[in-house]
Design a protein around this ligand. Structure first.
Ligand code: ZN
Length: 139
């Protein structure tokens, strides 16, 4: 894979330096069968240093996970060697199946078939609360 050119896929730009590997894992890019490049510590005017991930495949990207990890990431969509779209992320209002409620008495802990749903409660402080028991999620 030529890391400079991608035919159809995505370039995740403005990743905080050092966070590329975590995003690689959180997006399960290790499980997909296509070329992926993580470029670390790229000099950036805006950030000093940044990481970039290039994905040379038209996969389903979970923008909610990305926005939750770091709303500052930019997602460039590449089609036929051209950048066709630049998506800016934001903190998602709702996360489904990403965070897990740690309250042992929560109905989502006892009823395994219920989806884990968290709502954004405080954008400034990045607080998410369980839809069922209102517990705030802690890392
Ligand atoms: Zn809960």
């Amino acid at each position: 894979m030529n890391v400079d050119s991608i035919k159809n896929g995505f370039v995740l730009d403005h990743i905080k330096a050092g966070c590329g590997m975590q995003i690689y894992r959180d997006l399960h890019l290790d499980e997909i069968d296509c070329p992926v490049a993580i470029i670390k510590n790229v000099p950036s005017k805006k950030m000093g240093k940044k990481d970039i991930i290039k994905i040379d495949a038209d996969i389903e990207l979970d923008l909610d996970i990305l926005g939750y990890i770091d709303p500052g990431i930019t997602v460039n969509v590449i089609r036929n060697d051209q950048k066709v779209e630049k998506k800016h992320l934001s903190l998602p209002e709702q996360l489904t199946g990403i965070l897990k409620c740690k309250n042992p008495r929560c109905i989502s802990s006892t009823e395994q078939e219920l989806p884990q749903i968290f709502k954004l409660a405080d954008k400034e402080k990045r607080v998410y609360r369980c839809l069922y028991c209102e517990s705030a999620f802690k890392e």
